[in-house]
Design a protein around this ligand. Sequence first.
Ligand code: CTP
Length: 441
Amino acid sequence: MHADNPQDLFLSRVPKADLQLLRALGALADERGTTAHVVGGVVRDFILGLPNYDMDVVVETDATDFAEAAAALLGGSVKAHTKFGTVVLVLPEGRKVDLATARSEVYERPGALPTVTPGTMESDLKRRDFTVNSMAVVLNPDGFGTLLDPFGGRGDLGERILRVLTDVSFEDDPTRILRGVRFCARFGLSMEPVTEALLRQAVGERRTDTVSGERLQNELKLILSGDDPWPPVFRLIDWGILSAMVEGWEPTTAVRATIVEIDRLLSGADEIGDPAPERWLTLFAALLQPLPPAVRDRVVERLSMGRRVRRLVGELAEFERDVLPALSADENPLPSALHKMLKRFSSETLLLARAAAPGSPTAERVALYSSRLVGTTTELTGNDLAQMGVPEGEAVGRILGVLLDARLDGEVSSVEEEKTLARGLVETLTRGTGTDSVAGE
Ligand code: CTP
């Protein structure tokens, strides 16, 4: 086989085990008087030489019936519908194949989900977003491996071009605005000029207004979770895609530097918190940080963001209001005071605080907290204190608090020193005069 031959281009890159599986599905399609094709992202990725484990197969017949016949032949089971018209064939060794019925789609209202009717393989490719995603490979024995490429996806892939199939592609499904930005970044594609003009027009017309929050959120998360999210994020800002989605979502230019610094910190050797901050979440917070509270809330509502983002937005406000003034003051806070200030914040909020003002006292103090202070503990435990005669209850917690502060501030550095300090505190306490001093505030 030679990979320059379109017939073999795909097959030469499919793992051997998958090849057997695809041949079996093709033979089964023949037997049942239908066609089977592998289609979409997996064809694109194999042509690019990239791994892709999402095997999408389209049949010109009922996908559930076909999947059940395949399961009877190959073993395995058929799992519930994932999306309309699609089922998952789970093979004995855990390999999964998504099976769908070939379909035609009509978009009755821009942005709404399309009306779907059964169709041919040709109509199924026609409904898709970009040429590079609109290729299929024949699985039936006669022609096994033939590339179906009615829109020139292979040529576009070779030239690294992202191109829509029709002038109304972004109107039909405005999530393709975000998908287009993502695919360009992910595969190093440049947007063909007409495609870019259509995309920008759809943005100008605020076509995303008709898309549900969940769908926009999913697409944005995919961009922010990508290997190299910075270029597409910059494009979202530069092309006004964020502000088209939510009025006023216009991060200041400073957000660029913040985003670059988040990247540096995430890939560097510095301690940045435990659990490690989640990249997409930190980036999302960076895109909200420069906004007034009302716009932050609007973004969260519009994109139907979940609990974690809502909590993070609350934290941002709390951090700015309660902590930032003290943290950026001239005077260095004691480590124990720093610990008290910062311990209630998530590692995402702390990373963002550092990234937003690199080299500032705030960044240095948060870095000190994340690298050294956060993991500090006392050597003595509550049990040790009980053995030393501290009555169970509130006093144990208070004494441990005083010991921790002393550890943080370098006043004690060994278990012996902790014991000495604890004994003094216990004595004060048992004399009955010490509750306030043990409180240690
Ligand atoms: N598709 C489309 N329009 C959309 C979503 C999907 O045309 N809004 C089509 C494309 O042909 C795409 C296929 O459905 O290749 C599968 O979609 P999806 O799984 O989202 O994307 P992939 O291309 O498989 O990319 P990924 O590897 O990110 O899953």
